[in-house]
Structure formats: structure tokens, C-alpha cells
Design a protein around this ligand. Sequence first.
Ligand code: GCU
Length: 344
Amino acid sequence: MKLKKILSIAATGIVSLSLLAGCGGDNNANNGSSEDAGAKPVTLRLAHNQPEDHPVHASLMELSKLTDENSDGSVKVEIFPNGQLGQERDVIELVKSGTLDMTKVSASALEAFDSNYGIFSLPYIFQSKEHYYEVMDNSEAVQEIFQGTKDDGFIAIGWYDAGQRSIYTVDKKVTSPDDMSGLKIRVQESPTSISMIEAMGGAPTPMSYGEVYTSLQQGVIDGAENNETALTNSKHGEVAKAYTYTEHQYVPDVLIVSTAMWEKLSDDQRNAIQEAAKASSESHKDAWKKAIEKSVNASKEMGVTFYTIDKQAFIDAASPLHEAYKQQSEQNAAFFDDFQSFLK
Ligand code: GCU
């Protein structure tokens, strides 16, 4: 986001100018010392793009509460929902530069900043929810990717379940890749997701999440792909009435923090946040399941029809992406094998 835009947000009073101070001034902890005795209290700003009734917002509020408790009040996390500080690309930039402390974004959005994140957008890489959870909670490759951007200004310290992504359109029922022909499908700004829709036979249209509703309404796109909360919490179900369970991706939401801020915290403060991230990620799993059931029911009331299909043709269409990914580098191949090793 341009500095001018941030300033105008600040000027309209949505967010105080202190945000621009980032981790400076009062926001400083103890200047890199790992002794906790003198750790100054800090308030960290966390921005994300979901509305306040979204399950991820509730889990981030939990993160905030637990961080406060774990740190005996020495770390507060203040949350700015609704994309009020910008779209995912914008807030990642803000975190990278240290202007914003934390954000929760889709792993797909991070691919534009570090190609290693592309693995999370590979269609059908996770073969079940259990496989997905096992990898996200235990894989060394995930930790390597999470820490790998330290010198680029941010690291990831946790993740939240964001369900399975499926195709939905304004009105066309999609049952096979043949039905995708000519359909303009919005994807995240992720090279892997773009290639995925191409491989599935559609026309990928990358754009930020905040633009999707209007683009569906104005016919700029014929459909999009996401979990079911997009239909309800983001109201896409008002316009898009045909949701097909292609279940092509499990893309996690990722909690990232600015390296500059992280290094200023004391060890105890970092642990307090890290533990809170872990606990809120865990409780989020159950909350997510309930939220999806609620979303499906509410979507049906909005007139959305859900189609269950034989996914094999989509799996076959997307499978060359796996080979292409592995061929790109030895590191990719190692990450891929690591993910596969969690298959039971
Ligand atoms: C999911 C994800 C968001 C992301 C969105 C998208 O809803 O949780 O972080 O912005 O997908 O498709 O852009």
C-alpha cells in the first residue's frame, strides 16, 4: 500500500498515526536483549482481510487474549479486521517493511514474496484433512519455509485451517474440466493457483479478495474458488449460486510477523506469542468445522446449490503441476517428499 493511502486511512481516524511508528518508540521491547527483566510492554498491530463474524477473526481474538495472559500483560495484540489496512499483498508489504507488526494471510498470497510458499497451493497435494493437519503441525519443511524469509523482513509463526477450496460460479454447474472451458475464474495472486486453473481448463483471473464480490456482480469473472465461508461471510453466495466440491486445495492461512519487531522482543515475549499461536491454531480446527456447517446451511438459504462430483478428472488434469514443481529444484523435490512422508 502506498504511504499516501496509509496516511489517508490514519487521517480519517480508522487507525491512529501511531501505527506508522511500527515497532519504534513506545513499541520497542528491549532492543534485542533477551533478558526479560526489563522487557517493556508492547502493543502489536495485526491486520487481516476477513470480517468480524469470520471464524479466523475469532481465533485471532483468541490469539490476542492468550498472548496477553501468557505474557502477564507485557504483549498486547490489537486487531484490524476487514482489510481496513489494505489487501493481503499490501499488508504483507507493510509487515516486510516493519510498518505493521503482524498479519494473517493466505499462504497463496505469500507465494508472490517467496516462491517456496507455492507448495501450499499445489492442487491435491494434501490427500485428506488428516494429512494436511499432520504436515502443517509436524513437518520440518513447513518450518523451513516459515523461517526462510527472515532476511526478507518477515517470518511465519503459525497457521490456521482455511478449509478446502472448491470452484463456484454465478450459475454454471461445473462437473468436469470440460465445463471449465471459457470460464473466467478468479484466483489468488499466486503463480501456482494461476497454473492450476489453466490446467483444469478455465481462464484464471488473479485479483485481490476484496474485489471478488463486485467482479462477480459485474460479470468481470464467471466464478471463483474458495472455502464455503466466502459465500456467507463475504456474501459471494448472493451472486454465485453453483458451488462444486472440486476440493482442489487446502491452502492454510499463515500468521506472519515482521522480523524487525520479532527481534526486538524478549525471549519470554516471543514464547508467549508463539504458545498463543499454537493454542489458537488448535482450537480453531474445531471452530472451523462448525463454521463450515453453518456456512453451508446459510448458503443454501441464500439459494446456493452444492454439487458433489467425482473429482478424478480434476485430479488428473492438475497432476502435471506436481511433476513440474518437483523438477524445478532439488529443494522443491525435498519439500514435496517431506509432505508425502506424512501420508498414512
Ligand atoms: C481465504 C483466505 C483469505 C484469502 C482468501 C482469498 O478466504 O482465508 O486469507 O484472502 O481465501 O481467496 O483471497
